[in-house]
Design a protein around this ligand. Structure first.
Ligand code: GLY
Ligand code: MN
Ligand code: MN
Length: 475
């Protein structure tokens, strides 16, 4: 009976999460990079309220997750450069305060590890209940540097809980003598050992280079997202809604055990594609003469893909759509082929922008290639990882970075060009791994060229046969 129970229990979680030794290696690296005689503090993300008594799904702070694997709120981690001694004379170089087990609360909001669970499952031995932080005896004034990120002052207080995030932050501020918040009047000058900058550099320099374990999870997130694009290419037809197309992608993500989307899914037909972060996805019937821009990324065990495909709703690119699409494609392909260690984002961007500008000039959409315009209003690239726009320190490309290349051309209605271009919006976004001497396209499973897309869209979809009862009621 007992055996059966523990077997069941072990099946309740996927088994390909990052392992405790990954997180430990990251904590060791942070310590290595910390300045002499310093302590660093990392806090859990706040719980965000959606409305009344409903909260948004909790999403852990990526730095804290990277360093611990902990996926619960109300926690603070302290890392020390040098070993400290506890009251019994034992050495320690880290201490973690986490939310306690609570039978009643766990019935409502889910299982908690508690400090013992963290010790056993995450293998962070020096872990305590968060309510013990308040009286934890540590003289922060003895450190040359106290490293943390400035607070945003946007955390709700639970007055009945001395260990909630609000309390942990107030207690921490008290302990380190920090009254200030950006934009807030200070009542006391911060102690001069407070350092709000160094942690950005330390965490950015670590997180911008992915380990093999992280690359494995990113490959999965990216593959899952490309399967979503492929299934939608097969299912696409006039009359579908933006929302149901979003649903097909996200269903595929879930089928592969993705927890979330890495960012709100962007599914915009025609003119809606010109709105860069269009997340309403409200259009009830997409039309045969429109293009569909779909920017979606599965988040798999914390790591997110970021992939965009733009396809013709009726399965065939018009001449104008093809002309714009191929400019964007050439810009992307050329930048991709330049990818190797040592190249900078600025260099890739220049090459891609030059191709877009020349292409727009050749089509007469702008008067000449040097004319200023807003048809490509966003950046070309960013790192991906635990955040869709992942932490980094703007280094040149290096082996094991993973980043996007995502040129686009967006021609809103009433633009200063021939009307035949209005409403065309194209972005092609792929995820690239930098290798020792070049790159690997991680998102190649989703067709990218005009010909590949048109061929894929001719294939049958199992969803062609999926019909549901009509929605009854007033208009
Ligand atoms: N999906 C957000 C971006 O492409 O950066
Ligand atoms: Mn992107
Ligand atoms: Mn994107």
């Amino acid at each position: 009976m007992l055996l059966g129970f523990s077997f069941l229990h072990s099946q309740e979680m996927p088994d390909d999460f990052l392992k405790p030794d990954f997180h430990k290696s990251r904590r060791d690296l942070v310590r290595e990079k910390m300045p002499a005689n310093s302590v660093a503090a990392f806090f859990a993300s706040p719980i965000r309220n959606r409305s009344n008594d409903v909260d948004f799904v909790f999403h852990q702070d990526p730095d804290l997750y990277y360093l611990t694997g902990y996926r619960e709120p109300h926690a603070v981690l302290l890392l020390f450069k040098e070993n400290q001694k506890d009251a019994d004379g034992n050495d320690y170089n880290e201490i973690f305060f986490v939310q306690p087990r609570n039978f009643g609360a766990e019935m409502w909001t889910g299982r908690r590890l508690g400090h013992k669970g963290v010790q056993e499952k995450l293998e962070i031995l020096n872990t305590f209940n968060n309510s013990l932080f308040k009286d934890y005896d540590l003289d922060f004034s003895k450190f040359d540097k106290v490293l943390f990120y400035d607070f945003k002052n946007d955390v709700r207080d639970n007055p009945r809980d001395e260990g909630d995030l609000f309390s942990l932050i107030s207690q921490f501020k008290q302990k380190v003598g920090y009254q200030s918040n950006s934009g807030e009047l200070t009542t006391e000058q911060p102690r001069n050992n407070i350092d709000l900058r160094t942690l950005h550099n330390i965490m950015g320099s670590l997180r911008e280079i992915k380990t093999p374990e992280e690359i494995d999870l990113l490959r999965k997130a990216v593959f899952i997202s490309t399967v979503g694009q492929v299934e939608v290419m097969k299912a696409m037809k006039p009359g579908l809604s933006e929302r149901e197309i979003q649903g097909i992608h996200e269903f595929v993500f879930k089928k592969y055990q993705s927890e979330y989307e890495g960012y709100p899914s962007i599914v915009g037909a025609g003119h809606n594609g010109c709105i860069l972060h269009y997340i309403e996805n409200y259009k009830p019937k997409i039309e045969s003469d429109e293009m569909m821009l779909m920017d979606l990324g599965a988040e798999y065990h914390g790591y997110t893909a970021d992939i965009t495909r733009t396809i013709p709703v009726d399965g065939e690119f018009s001449e104008e759509e093809k002309a714009i699409y191929n400019i964007v494609y050439n810009a992307q392909q050329t930048a991709m082929e330049m990818t190797k260690p040592g190249v900078t984002f600025a260099e890739l961007t220049k090459v891609a922008r030059d191709i877009v500008n020349q292409g727009l000039a050749d089509l007469g959409i702008i008067p000449n290639k040097d004319a200023r315009h807003l048809y490509f209003p966003h950046g070309l690239s960013h790192h991906i990882g635990l955040d869709v726009h992942d932490k980094n320190v703007r280094s040149p490309l290096a082996e094991n970075m993973v980043f996007t290349i995502e040129p686009g051309i967006y021609i809103p209605e009433n633009s200063d060009c021939d009307e035949k271009w209005w409403g065309i919006a194209v972005r092609i976004e792929d995820d690239i791994l930098v290798t020792k001497d070049g790159y690997e396209l991680l998102s190649g499973f989703a067709p990218r060229t005009v010909e590949e897309i048109e061929a894929m869209m001719k294939k049958k979809s199992p969803l062609d046969a999926f019909t549901l009862p009509k929605l009854k009621g007033g208009k």
